[in-house]
Design a protein around this ligand. Sequence first.
Ligand code: IPM
Ligand code: MG
Length: 368
Amino acid sequence: MNTFKIAALAGDGIGPEVMREAIKVLRATEKKFGFKLEITEAPVGWAGIDSDGKALPEKTLALCKQSDSILFGSVGLPDRDATIPKEERPERAALLRIRKEFSLFANLRPVKLPKALAHACPLAKERQGDGIDILVVRELTGGMYFGQPKKTENLPDGNFRAIDTMVYTTPEIERIAHVAFKAARLRRKKLTSIDKANVLENGILWREVVTRVGKHYSDVTLEHQFVDNAAMQLVLRPTQFDVMLCENMFGDILSDEAAALGGSLGMLPSASLGASSGEKIFGFYEPAGGTAPDIAGKNLANPIAQILSAALMLRHSFGLNEAAAAIEIAVGKAIDSGNRTGDIFNPNESGAQKIGTREMGDAIAAAI
Ligand code: IPM
Ligand code: MG
């Protein structure tokens, strides 16, 4: 039997409760499709700091290295940030460190507004067209997140100066562009590349390189947009987008905006992949929505982003396409039968019932 090793790192805030539901759904899928998942849980984020003194404990990193993929919850509790140096905070010391350590340069964030959730989209019906269906491809290990120098300096006059550096090399842009073009090929064959070529050196190089790579994909239509225009186009005419290719920071911002159009940030999964070698592709799968400390531990969080992230893992890392599709279909069924967590609930919707995290997980597992 095919066996796959998963490191399950739930993290902080709503992480543990949404992870529990994703594992429930994975177990239902395992039973139905007859593969074996070895799921090992380990602490990360503030949970890691509390148990082992570090946001990414050695034993957690070791587990990740021995696994076929990482299923991640979320990390970060802003209320506790002031208690430790910024380099040791979970966002940098765990999340960004893992992205870099495993060279997970390609972040895929699929946004799809289900028909039944048209009411949860903040845009008027006519702007939703036949449905919003966008794949944000975000470069994840370059740009301003990692560029050096990155520091805050004291100035002689008592003020401070903060420096972040935006830096991209040709190969970094080429490899993410290939990922985006290949993804577009499997979809509606349109790629919109986002940059700020009217101001940034990085933008000029980005546009040049993406254009050059595009010559290898003559079946894909390539368009370029400045990032400010893209932010506006997303709310004016989101149906023009198929694949959006973004550098790290722009992708961070635009993927949250796109997620809101897809009904809720609580529905946005993501896959972070490195270079593929062989048939098992190591990947990192996480909901894009964060720890949401205000609703943590109250059975209020939407587990769908975590559950859809698990589906992406089955597809991209393990090649279990049928099982991945089964999870996505089960999510659709749970929504179609009126199950709504608070973030996608509208009291005026007939036939909808407001349920909790656990009940949403149950409904999806039952629909597998
Ligand atoms: C995301 C998050 C992270 C990012 C934070 C938590 C560091 O916002 O995955 O989009 O900025 O990449
Ligand atoms: Mg973000």
